[in-house]
Design a protein around this ligand. Sequence first.
Ligand code: SF4
Length: 431
Amino acid sequence: MTRTGLVESLIGRYPGVPAEAVLKEDLLRTGIAFDESALSDNLDGEVKPKSYFIFSFDQKPLAELGEAATRRPPEEIALTGGPYGLRRTIVSVRVNPASPYRLVGSRLSLEGREVADVELPPMPSYYRHTLANGKTVMETAPTIQWGYLIYLTVLRLCQYFGAKEECRFCDLNHNWRQHKRAGRPYTGIKPVEDVLEALAIIDDHDDGASHAYTLTGGSVTSEVDGLAEADFYGRYAQAIEERFPGRWIGKVVAQALPREDVQRYKDYGISIYHPNYEVWDARLFSIICPGKERYVGRSEWHRRILDAAEVFGPRHVIPNFVAGVELARPFGFASVDEAIASTVEGLDFFMSRGITPRFTTWCPEPSTPLGRDNPEGAPLEYHVRLLEAYRETLERHGLRPPPGYGKPGAGNAVFSVSSFMDVLAPEVVPV
Ligand code: SF4
């Protein structure tokens, strides 16, 4: 079957999943080939460039991206129209020169046939300013989700290190190496003062477009700058909340820590906590997340998520899982049915307690063990069925969309690395 045939058959078979979400998932798992006409002029042009805000999220190494390695692609694209009459759909950019999707100018095609009009993100005025020390706002405090979220990867390295500890889908450490090798500015540990200065520039120039910030980076198993994990990430939250009280929704993505550490995050001013569990199945968790298994353990990880719900309130604990890795060869489930059943078990576990997980669509980055063995990623049918199952499970438990993601619904959603917000019913929610 052609890719077009696959996409259209899934749109037909799953009418409860908007066409926007089917196409978005396929773009996220496959990536896009970029014509030179759709690349940015880095920080000198009119298009907002891809910041490489945490992982590479590319399906080829930087050195094999051709022109896209020197002229960055856009951070995201907004799709509309085309043969499926798409409502506005924001998609994070993952580059793959071998993709059947190709962006030329403002036209996205699949196997040579146009499937959407594309708006490229305009360069935000705050990216045109630099810090006093010459660092860019793009490197220090990039924004994603069409400007909604400021993404603060303050530690570009993970202390889970090497094959026995790194999560098998993660290229954080590799990405740091490849950007350093290419001579790009890529700060291992971002100084607190730099972060504050970049946020002040954003606050002055974004006309209120940003609503949240995420503090994140690698796991800290010992110390960084003499601080254990909660205090290392917490010091940024504390400084941000002291300087800009309540200006943004503060989020932290970190390990599942003991309750007293989680309480410190809250005391430092964080309001949403993401202790990501990545994959539900016990066997797969131990294989795919060996560092998390070794330092914390799956059942303890889950217990700490439940403890965190008592500290933050269940709606404000939003653990992520990486949608698709449960089907990765050679360890993953053999069928889509089994993978969906397992993940729904995890959704039920958390949602029955008022906790709303969310997901990121797996990008099979080539430097990772799972990406190397599964360059095609997970089947599109899995992603489409997962979206349907997510919405059904959320509704069955009487839960609302998680806070801190903007408005749900096709045409409204800004969350760009999964369609989970695109498939939920539209409603007016506090941003
Ligand atoms: S905890 Fe896992 S996913 Fe997170 S940075 Fe470390 S290796 Fe990557």
